[in-house]
Design a protein around this ligand. Structure first.
Ligand code: ADP
Ligand code: MG
Length: 453
């Protein structure tokens, strides 16, 4: 009704045309990007379409802020049945989507978007087999490989696939960090009267699943109680035939901090490694990314792609990052063509970080930003909300304790803060990790990401 009123006012319709043509229109349904409008029996769809389609589209866009397609239907239109089916389908899609969301999955990480090459075909095949028959073939499935080589992407693909087959399946994806922190939190809460059941709730959450995916198990470090709890979770799921999928940066035998009973269990199923992609696979990944992100319009010359694929070898996240950086630089100055010189500029930081991973304040900032999912710019800003201020203090603390940077220099790196602000931040984190186990676990994990042993 709001749209119809808007149309009347904006287009100065006469009363008679308004009452004859527009007022009887009803919105039948909105599916994906199309508004279907039902035209009553006495009016002609052709006529309304000719005269009012465009004004209606404009009004809808003005009011909703989104551009919709508009389609008219007459009451005897055959498409109405079809539409009902579409509506049902769209609804089901939404349901799988929310199941995927609930499971904590990135919608972009599916088998469709995963490029298979010699480096990952075994891990890919094993993942697909597990996705097709969870709990029946390889249990657990243990995926390992270096940073940025597609472990998380594959795990999400498995979870998406299972939920698409059957949205009712209980699928839980977490990092080992989340598992650890939630356990610490549950134990802590359980000590306060009235909350004794918090550890039960924690156990239910992890045991009551058809499929449990634990990412980056190498970060269950040094914590006996966490490993003990995970051991029981594992046994519970495994004996009831539920699927477990684990990822790590190393094979079980090389994770030194892992208890041997867990190590043995991780070796019960199938262990699959992912290694660095070869040149052809790197090119294929770049092509796939161009297709998925609709970057064809930039007409990136082949020699530029070859240049990137030649120089970024060991981390697919950085391979993708170089393409983003290239487009970013191009947009910044459209007079510069997309050529090898621009690509070299885009790759500057990435190549040096691939070759020498010295622990620098910049590296620490990058890793802290990635860990918390916030930008380096925000870390350097003056924003005071906790989601940013706490990571900022963690960055201060880590730079201070892992590099030889003075408080004053840290202040400069962090966007011009004075040395007392840095001192305060460093000391605050140092004293809080003494008491706050979740914080100290988080910091240990970030340290491991900065300095993988
Ligand atoms: P890991 O968990 O091993 O550190 P990710 O799964 O996060 O790595 O992958 C890093 C990035 O590279 C992601 O954006 C992912 O989509 C992409 N990626 C990794 N492997 C592939 C592949 N084989 N095909 C397409 N994209 C990939
Ligand atoms: Mg990962």
């Amino acid at each position: 009704p709001e749209i119809i009123e808007h149309l009347r006012v904006e287009h100065e319709l006469s009363n008679v045309s308004f009452h004859t043509w527009i007022q009887p229109l009803k919105v039948y349904d909105v599916i994906d990007n199309t508004v279907f409008i039902l035209v009553n029996m006495n009016a002609s769809v052709e006529y309304i379409e000719k005269k009012y389609l465009l004004p209606l589209k404009v009004c809808i866009a003005e009011i909703t802020g989104t551009e919709f397609e508009v389609a008219f239907l007459s009451e005897d239109d055959d498409r109405i049945d079809e539409l009902q089916n579409m509506a049902i389908e769209a609804n089901q899609k939404k349901k799988t989507k929310s199941a995927a969301e609930k499971a904590g999955l990135n919608p972009k990480y599916t088998f469709d978007t995963f490029v298979v090459g010699g480096n990952n075909n075994f891990a890919h095949a094993a993942s697909l087999a597990v996705a097709e028959s969870p709990g029946e073939v390889y249990n657990p499935l243990f995926l390992y490989g270096g940073v940025g080589l597609g472990k998380t992407h594959l795990m999400h693909s498995i979870a998406h696939f299972i939920l698409e087959q059957n949205p009712k399946k209980k699928v839980l994806y977490v990092t080992s960090e989340t598992f650890t922190n939630e356990m610490i939190e549950a134990l802590r809460m359980g000590k306060t009267p009235g909350n004794e059941s918090s550890i039960e709730k924690f156990r239910d959450k992890y045991r009551n699943n058809d499929v449990l995916l634990i990412d980056d198990i190498q970060f269950i470090i040094g914590k006996e109680s966490t490993q003990e709890e995970f051991f029981h979770t594992f046994n519970h799921l495994h004996t009831s035939g539920k699927q477990i999928i684990i990822s790590s940066d190393k094979p079980p035998k090389d994770i030194e901090t892992l208890e041997s009973r867990l190590r043995t269990r991780f070796e019960w199923g199938l262990i699959a490694d992912i290694s660095a992609p070869n040149y052809e696979t790197r090119m294929a990944i770049l092509q796939k990314k161009i297709e998925l992100d609709h970057l064809e319009k930039y007409k990136i010359p082949n020699d530029v792609l070859e240049y990137i694929a030649t120089n970024v070898k060991t981390n697919i996240r950085e391979l993708e990052g170089s393409l983003n950086k290239l487009i970013f630089l191009y947009k910044l100055d459209k007079n510069a063509p997309i050529d090898i010189a621009l690509a070299a500029e885009a790759l500057k930081d990435i190549i040096s970080s691939e070759n020498n991973r010295e622990v620098t304040p910049e590296l620490i900032l990058d890793i802290v930003s990635e860990h918390f999912g916030i930008s380096v710019k925000d870390i350097k800003s003056n924003k005071r909300n906790a989601e940013i201020a706490v990571p900022r203090q963690i960055a201060m603390y880590l730079i201070r304790s892992m590099t030889e940077t003075s408080l004053k220099a840290i202040g400069v790196i962090l966007g011009g803060k004075d040395h007392s602000t840095i001192k305060y931040g460093v000391e605050k984190i140092a004293s809080e990790i003494e008491e706050d186990e979740v914080l100290s676990n988080t910091i240990n994990i970030i340290k491991k990401k900065i300095n993988p042993a």
